[in-house]
Write a protein that binds this ligand. Sequence first.
Ligand code: SF4
Length: 589
Amino acid sequence: DVVNRHHRLPDRLLQILIELQEPSGWLPPATLTALADALGVSRAHVEGVAGFYSFLHTEPVGRYRLLFSDNIIEHQLGSRELMAALCSKLWVEPHKPSEDGLVSVSTTSCIGMGDQGPAMLANGRPVLRLSHQRINQIAELVRQQVPVSEWPEAFFHVDNNIHRRDAMLQLDLAPGAALQAALALGRAEWMRQMQLSNLRGRGGAGFTTAVKWMACADAPGADKVVVCNADEGEPGTFKDRVLLTTLADAVFEGMTLAAWAVGARQGLLYLRGEYRYLRPTLEAVLARRRSAGLLGRQILGKAGFDFDIEIHLGAGAYVCGEETALLESLEGKRGTPRIRPPFPVTRGYLGRPTVVNNVETLAKTCLIALEGGAAFAATGTAQSTGTKLLSISGDCARPGIYEYPFGVAIERVLEDCGASDTQAVQVGGAAGIMLASYEFHRRIAFEDVPTAGAFMVFDSSRDLFEVARNFVAFFAHESCGFCTPCRVGTSLLLKAMNKLADGHGAKTDLADIEWIDRLLKNASHCGLGSAAPNPVMDTLLKFRPAYERRLRSLDFAPAFNLDDALAAARRASGRDDAAAHFSADHAPR
Ligand code: SF4
């Protein structure tokens, strides 16, 4: 049934796997074989895709799969202790299913709930504001085998936590109003307004949206595609979650505005697996828009303007936020970033010219359609027009969503969110920049501190070495493994950080870290690898004492105790004399 519903198309493989896994929580070998036969692809291909995504399982993982969000902010709120408490109450080891196949307790990368953590996913549904009391309740519900769908609704309540609104979050869009305005302008004038606005992509890279759209419009080929990247996986960011919750119409209308500009007929919204709870609401908005003539054939009565949108789910792979990896994933494959050129605007989804824009970027185009490009550009700075949504979490009184005109100073943001005694701010997530207090005069803007939206606050009680170590672990976990420098480099970096954390570090390890930084920056295939050392290099530069106080020696120090490593050989040989020890210092006296 599932396969037929997807018309037996191999490019639906990921969506099919997600659906097939639904009833039992895993994909048995026979299912993979049958699926390969049904789609006419190799068994190895199906298994390769199933093995790539962390939310797909080719071995049983328990009827209850509880995944704690592994974000540093949530660690600081006690998520590790809560996870240990839950494991002990359920008598399970972390990261291993229980012997009776009932439950597994593990971790996953940030689930986009940093403003209301600690949080977990329970069979894919976010459970928020975890406390010891809530953990006790969850343990009891699992023991009683109460289905997750019958757990108290309060567990799943997601707050929007909007604390500061500007143009975007004040928008009260009558569905179709922005589209009507753009259609009235005509396609060429609508594109001119987009140029005037100088809107830049809000996903982090900051590429000019109108340039992207024009390149796609000019690309040969009639079957163009608009893709909305709703895979916000950067630790600490959650503004797209709020936009999809509160302004879904603006996001879909933005996709339709893009389709009108480039001449696309097909739209795809790639929703990160962690946000799949939003899907029913988003599908309802799409259905309403279809009934209102805002999607489908002859949109708003315009002959030849046919466009519709479909939602595809991700399945827990950070790298799919990179636009070419996202396209691979949309095509049902492993999310491996492509070699560029060709760029997606000429060869994107299934080889067709494709515009890929972030959720916030697309929603912002509604403002441009309604107010005009010049009015949009009047806010912000010369190179960063309009406003920016920030996802604020960490050591502040009011975590949540704040919208500011570009150019706002870090110190102003800290004041507004009720932060005090701030030691550092990580802007832009794990791949971003860590700012020390002497940099708080700097401004959020592409020409100064660019960000996709994450803004994590650390007060003076926090150990910034541990913050950097968490980010390094994140990159090592999320490396897609395609290229050796990143696959090996991120692991080496994590090993070096763990060695320092274990108290075996030496100055040579700091030199090694700098060497790995150069390797990752120069030889990685995509931005994940080249950004992986950023948090370490930033903290080493600005908070070096956090590293140096961990050094055991100024010279080489091994990552483990060499004498202990010889213990097994001593036992086997029955020797314990001085020559059987690493050095005289270790020998028995
Ligand atoms: Fe994959 Fe890392 Fe290479 Fe990017 S840099 S392609 S994430 S292995």
